[in-house]
Design a protein around this ligand. Sequence first.
Ligand code: ADP
Ligand code: MG
Length: 261
Amino acid sequence: MSAAAPVLGDVIMQATDVEKRFGRLQVLKGVSLDVRQKETVCIIGPSGSGKTTFIRCINHLEKIDGGRIEVNGHLIGYRERNGKLVEDTERSIARQRTQIGMVFQRFNLFPHMTALQNVTEAPIRVLGVNKKQAAEEAELLLTRVGLGDKCGTYPGKLSGGQQQRVAIARALAMKPALMLFDEPTSALDPEVIGEVLAVMEELAHEGMTMIVVTHEMGFAREAADRVVMMDDGQIIEVGPPQHFFEAPEHNRTKQFLSKIL
Ligand code: ADP
Ligand code: MG
C-alpha cells in the first residue's frame, strides 16, 4: 500500500448476502462486502464469476433477488415496507444513482458533444448547475485527467485512452460518493492503458472511494487497499494486495493468478 494512503472513514457501500439470478442461473450466491470511505477495493476473478453483475447491482442496473445493498446508509433500489423490500420509484432510484459514478469498459460518450459538453451534461440537466459554473468545473476536471487542452474536441477525434479519461471526468462531475469501474482498460489498446490507470491511481490516492473490477495487478498493488477474489458467484478471498501476490490461500485464487500474472 502507498505511504500516502488516506485514512479510511465510515462504511460507504455495504452489500449483505446479495443474491442474483438470471432465470434458473444463480449468478450471485450471497455476496457480502463493506467498502469504507476513501477505500479502493479491486475485484478480480474469472470471466463469468459475477463481477459485472455485482457492480451493476450496486447502482441498481440489476434488481437483486436476495440480501440488500446500502450506499451512504440508504438502501439502493428498494424501500422497506413491513419488513419487506419493495422496489423503489424510478425517480428515487435516479436520485440515488447521482451519488454513484460508473465507468464501463466502453466509454459511451455522446459523439455529437465535445469533451466539455459530455462532462457538463449531467450536472446541468440532473443537478441543475448553471452552465457557466458547470463549464468551469468541467474544465478543471478535464485538466485533472490530463485533457485540459481537449475541452472542445469531439470523442471521434480522441484516442480510446483519452475517451476513457473523459468518461472518468464525466462521472466525477456529479461529485459521487462512490466510483464503480468495470474493467475500464480492457477494451483499450495497450499503449494507452497506462494513462487511464495513472488517473485512477491518482484518484485513489486523493481519497476517492472506489470499487474497481480489473485484472491490472500493477494497479491493484499501487492503489488497492483490499483485493477481492470472486469465483462462481461468491467472494472466496479478501486481503491486501500483497496477500494475493505472496500468499493467496485458495487454490482457485492461485490458479487464477497464475494465469493473469
Ligand atoms: P463477469 O463480469 O465476472 O465476467 P458477469 O457478471 O458478466 O461475470 O456474468 C456472470 C454470469 O451471469 C455469466 O454466466 C453470464 O453469462 C450471466 N449473465 C450476465 N448477465 C446476464 C443476463 N442479462 N442474462 C442472463 N445471464 C446473464
Ligand atoms: Mg465482467
